[in-house]
Ligand binder design. Sequence first.
Ligand code: NAI
Ligand code: MG
Length: 367
Amino acid sequence: MSVGSLLILPGDGIGPEVMAEVRRIIDWYGEKRDLTFDVSEDLVGGAAYDKHGTPLTDATMDHAQEVDAVLLGAVGGPKYDDLDFSVKPERGLLRLRKEMDLFANLRPAQCFDALADFSSLKKDVVAGLDIMIVRELTSGIYFGEPRGIFEEGNERVGINTQRYTESEIDRVARSAFELAMKRDKKLCSMEKANVMESGILWREVVTEVAKDYPEVELSHMYADAGAMQLCRWPKQFDVIVTDNLFGDLLSDAAAMLTGSLGMLPSASLGTPMENGRPKALYEPVHGSAPDIAGQGKANPIACILSFAMALRYSFDLGEEADRLEAAIEQVLADGKRTADLLGEEGVTPVSTSGMGDAILEALDNSL
Ligand code: NAI
Ligand code: MG
């Protein structure tokens, strides 16, 4: 049974290496679960620049707008550092996010029990942690006008503007409430309504949207207090929704509660398409890791978990996403570790494909 279309953009560095493991898992779903994806693959980032002189061609962009989900590996690398800003690999990714209007960035912070020792926090603070930060991604202070560096009297002044319209707040709040409905029905909204007018409006609009979701328990917190609470007792949260700037900081901080960059997935969602599915881009949080690229050392789990998010949020296959996450949990509990996850003495790391093998075996065992 075909469940929908998926555009794969492996990109640069370890991107193609981790994506190869995702391809094997996609094949497994076809063979063992009769769930086939209409998969296409294309270039992005430096790989696209090398072939086409641009980090994202118009044809690839158009295709990305049509598919149910885009899955991206990573872009960039030292080879491209001296390129003009307009054709840098990162521009390909930014163009995708902008033209698909992906306003809701989902960043889970999930701690697999077997890796709880990896956290900088005490084991009981993070073991079993499973929270989701929803960061507004297309507006706020990174985009607001006026912006720039101006002369004022005899010195320069740097200006950025935090600006949010009601509709921008409304749509990201709705995404967060929808998510909360599928999870523990608890949402905490973070801003600084004590010192920022955009924060006052944020709180008002979120409170208004809450009327459509009476089952969800809504709370508000100042973002600085939220940062403290995330470090003190993160398990008090389920879904957090916040603006672009605070979300940038809070999601990175929350991610590190759980250990390695090689474990962190993300999703960016936009408005629903004609078939009701949101435009969607899934990608690991990590970059192209040039220091380990080509050595078979990369941890594919971040990219595989990104695919699990695609199963859940684009293809409505939540149970299959659970299955895949459980398989990863099992493999980690069995002591399998890529090099980035090595803490204990005497454990031999598995390679990128070795981790893929183990996850496929655990998937087989789940049947
Ligand atoms: P990075 O995330 O590529 O690497 C940081 C460190 O984490 C490195 O030591 C790397 O080996 C390790 N690491 C990352 N992912 C790993 C994985 N899956 N398994 C094992 N170890 C892993 O960030 P860095 O070094 O700052 O950037 C490298 C390049 O990637 C740059 O060109 C940067 O612009 C680009 N980049 C791209 C991103 C994207 O495509 N979304 C995000 C961040 C950086
Ligand atoms: Mg950041």
